[in-house]
Design a protein around this ligand. Structure first.
Ligand SMILES: [Zn+2]
Length: 275
């Protein structure tokens, strides 16, 4: 594929993780070389959120988020969320996340997951930031919580509720998230033989609600299973999506980039005129 002309946004990466410590600069260069123009590096706890902000402050192509991943919420209390509120005002922060429910791994008790998610949803509403949602085998509780949240907060800025990251639900779940104003983000796993996504679900996502991501270092493309994923592989996902949706690669690149800008306001307002 000729990627020279691409301009795409990796809306979910974990560049703060130690697996990138040795070659983070090269990772970013490789991404830029293939047209990944912006990368959102997503916090998973207080420490990783601070690292994400540091990276975003150094590199104009990188944006950051703050949040506690459901795996990490067991010891989180209200004071921790207040600390998040303080750092979430940073000009390079574009979302609260990743937050959510993971009833598959259950690394944190479910009650703690629900409570931490509620606190962080309220924080996002207060700061008028979108949320990045992680949901694994918890669709019913997630939809109930999000429905309640959306009903109580009319966003002044229209449909910027957030995104369901690594979406792999069925058409019913997709429809409900879309009705609530959420975007759906897809990664390289759509090309795995065991992918839960059926092509018809992917095909029916409205083009103004579709995002792409790597979730790197996790979920590498099929051809690199077992290895570290990185933002430079994002064009493979754009290409796979284009094939499934019977659109051109350029169309998928353009629409997902526009969507990322609309949802996360990349490079707008708060960030002192950079980009
Ligand atoms: Zn993630």
């Amino acid at each position: 594929m000729n990627t020279a002309a691409l301009s795409i946004v990796d809306t979910h990466a974990h560049l703060d993780m130690s697996t990138f410590d040795k070659d983070r600069t090269e990772v970013l260069t490789r991404a830029l070389d293939v047209g990944v123009r912006m990368i959102i590096t997503v916090g998973t706890n207080l420490e990783s959120s601070k690292k994400a902000i540091k990276l975003a402050t150094k590199q104009p192509e990188i944006f950051a988020t703050v949040g506690v991943h459901p795996h990490d919420v067991a010891a989180v209390d209200r004071t921790d969320i207040t600390n998040f509120a303080e750092i979430a005002n940073h000009p390079r922060i574009v979302a609260i996340g990743e937050v959510g429910l993971d009833y598959y791994r259950n690394y944190s008790p479910r009650g703690a997951q629900v409570q931490a998610l509620k606190w962080q949803l309220e924080l996002a509403a207060k700061l008028e930031l979108p949320v990045i949602i992680h949901c694994r085998q918890a669709e019913k509780d997630m939809l109930d919580l999000l429905r309640d949240w959306v009903s109580r907060h009319t966003r002044r800025d229209g449909r910027r509720q957030g995104v369901i990251h690594c979406f792999s639900g069925d058409s019913n779940a997709a429809g409900q998230y879309l009705d609530l104003g959420f975007y759906l983000s897809l990664g390289a796993y759509i090309g795995y033989p065991t992918s839960g996504n059926t092509n018809s679900v992917i095909k029916n996502i409205p083009e103004d609600r579709l995002l792409v991501e790597t979730d790197c270092p996790f979920l590498p493309p099929q051809s690199r299973r077992g290895k570290r994923n990185e933002p430079a592989y994002l064009p493979l996902t754009v290409e796979a999506l284009a094939q499934i949706r019977e659109e051109t690669t350029e169309t998928v690149a353009r629409t997902t980039t526009e969507n990322a800008h609309r949802l996360f306001r990349l490079g707008e307002s708060k960030n002192n005129g950079r980009l």
